[in-house]
Design a protein around this ligand. Structure first.
Ligand code: PEP
Ligand code: MG
Length: 584
């Protein structure tokens, strides 16, 4: 058994056979064969090796003809592995000794070799050899697999997905009836992949570090999304403990959901807060209501780009927004955020983004929209048309300067005029807000506050841009911390600017869904939270234990602290005192 620690990004426990993703999504279905099939399995291996050798020789000839002998000889080296009798005998030995299937034996043996090469990665040959062995494994699995090569969306049986990384697109495609959890080697707590795992409500752990060489497809693994553990090859007692924990968890989460639905978020001293949900797809509007949300505080509309090679039409936008408004009902707000494309989200789907060296600092979000007015106006027309179906509000993301906000508002006015001229109905007084997720916007929040009806603090990006720590990069995960005093000071500035201007200040980053931060946010004057729907019941329970004066004292104390770890410790201790189970 091996226990690996990563970043817990979506709670819950899952136990199941691994679906190990490499870049080609090869899947190993069977780990073992009946004893009488062992000789046939060894033959299957030998046949596949012979075929792979022929293919490698063919590639070598083609490359040599095209680019010369020197390039061709690269393939000669790779193809050499198929002639390495010692290597092939080692794989065959696993089949004969353990009744492994040929695929599983290949994977187990090669992953062992790769692991040893990783340990020697200071040697340049080790890096090259690693690549050769991975290619060798892939080539053989492809040949052995025949029709078993299964791309991720076509998974047919329940699995736990293990990958180096998954794109938001791949994550969104997961069929949660079959994919029970995911764990990745890379990624950070607020990467969009992590956020989507939360939205899909499957346990997830990211940023585990290298583990794919230690696991083969179909091995049983445990993903503990509550504590951030990935457990490979669990022993019997561990398996039994987790099975019991999973059973208890299912019962508990059903009870919470029911109690939270009709209970408002009110502090112990009677201050009413508003709990809203974050969504990526129209279907999640129902999750929001089920979990007791009082509307949608952030609709990430860029997810309309999933599976699209072309831009969604005005009608596509309109239908999605109307569906959400109709589901949520006329009296609850739905904050539609304009497209936040770029960064890690569907940069290629737009067909516009040249390969940017630094996409999070590049043509992302409103920057992209302001340079592509047809794209922007199409969306704004659809949003305005949908506005008559409920309490819709518009929000602009990634605003970095006052000029950008002015430009966005002026385009919105143009679209309103166009609709008016065409006699198309819309609500003329739709509230307009801006996200505060870039430090420059936080610093001029007093100016921005005069020009909008509400703020929404996007802590996911605010943390990354304030601390210059990529939200997707596990290597800087210790630096990326919402509890950092620099982040808190900016949030304090924004909250006070909002109060002075008399506008609502919402927090819609992942921070708002973490129970330990609730006292701090209330103390900073935040009265509206928008979080992944499944987090709402827990936040409501913490809120019910708070009083505003205590929270204000706590926030003042935190703002005086010097380091993120001091703040974190303090908030954990506080939460542990008021509601022990919410502190971890
Ligand atoms: C944020 O940055 O906090 C946010 C809510 O937006 P996103 O996670 O979509 O970037
Ligand atoms: Mg953001």
């Amino acid at each position: 058994m091996e226990i690996r620690r990563g970043i817990a990004v979506s709670p819950g426990i899952a136990i199941g056979p691994a679906l190990v993703m490499d870049t080609e999504g090869v899947r190993i279905r069977t780990t073992s064969v009946p004893p009488d099939q062992v000789p046939a399995e060894a033959d299957r291996l030998r046949v596949a090796v012979a075929a792979a050798r022929v293919e490698a020789e063919r590639k070598q000839r083609v490359l040599a003809e095209k680019f010369g002998e020197e390039i061709g000889s690269i393939f000669e080296a790779k193809g050499g592995l198929y002639q390495d009798e010692h290597l092939i005998a080692g794989i065959e030995g696993l089949i004969r000794a353990n009744q492994f299937s040929a695929e599983y034996a290949v994977s187990r043996h090669i992953r062992g070799v790769v692991k040893r090469l990783d340990a020697a990665s200071h040697m340049p040959q080790a890096v090259r050899l690693r690549g050769d062995f991975i290619d060798f494994e892939r080539g053989l699995l492809a040949l052995l697999g025949g029709d078993q090569r299964t791309p991720l969306p076509a998974v047919a049986e329940p699995v736990v997905v293990l990958a180096n990384d998954l794109t938001p697109n791949e994550t969104a495609e997961l069929d949660t009836n079959l994919v029970h959890a995911l764990a990745t080697e890379s990624g950070g707590a607020t990467s969009h992949t992590a956020i989507l795992a939360g939205a899909l409500e499957i346990p997830a752990v990211v940023g585990v570090g290298p583990f794919l060489t230690d696991v083969s497809g179909a091995d049983v693994v445990i993903v503990d999304g509550n504590n951030g553990y990935l457990i490979l090859d669990p022993d019997e007692p561990t398996l039994a403990r987790y099975q019991e924990a999973r059973r208890l968890e299912r019962t508990k989460s059903g009870e919470h959901r029911v109690t939270s639905r009709n209970v408002p978020a009110v502090t112990r001293d009677g201050v009413r807060l508003t709990m809203l949900g974050n969504i990526e797809f129209p279907g999640e509007a129902r999750h929001c209501l089920d979990r007791g949300a009082e509307g949608v505080g952030l609709y990430r509309t860029e997810f309309l780009y999933i599976h699209k090679s072309e831009d969604p039409t005005e009608e596509d936008h309109f239908k999605a927004y109307r569906a959400v408004l109709e589901e949520i009902g006329p009296d609850k707000p739905v904050v539609v955020r304009t497209l936040d494309l770029g960064g890690d989200k569907f940069a290629n789907a737009t067909g516009r983004a040249a390969q940017e060296k630094n996409p999070f600092l590049g043509l992302r979000s409103v920057r992209l929209c302001l340079r592509n007015l047809p794209l922007f106006k199409t969306q704004l027309r659809a949003i305005l048309r949908a506005s008559i179906y409920g309490d819709l509000r518009i929000m602009f993301p990634m605003i970095a300067t006052v000029m950008e906000l002015r430009q966005c508002k002026s385009i919105l006015r143009e679209v309103q005029e166009d609709l008016e001229e065409s006699g198309i109905p819309f609500k003329p007084d739709v509230p307009v807000g801006t996200m505060i997720e870039v430090p420059s916007a936080a610093l001029v929040a007093d100016v921005l506050a005069k020009q909008v009806n509400f703020f929404s603090i996007g802590t996911n990006d605010l943390v990354q841009y304030t601390l210059a720590a990529d939200r997707n990069n596990e290597a800087v995960a210790d630096l990326y911390n919402a509890a950092d005093p620099a982040v808190l000071r900016l949030m304090d500035l924004v909250a006070r600017a909002g109060q002075a201007a008399g506008i609502e200040v919402n927090v819609c980053g992942e921070m708002s869904g973490e129970p330990v931060f609730a006292p701090l946010l209330v103390g900073l004057g935040i009265r509206q939270f928008s979080a992944t729907p499944r987090k709402i019941p827990d936040i409501k329970r913490v809120v019910s234990k708070l009083t505003v004066p205590d929270c204000e004292r706590l926030a003042a104390e935190c703002l005086r602290m010097e380091t993120a770890s001091e703040v974190t410790r303090y908030l954990r201790d506080y939460t542990r005192r008021i509601l022990p189970e919410a502190a971890d």
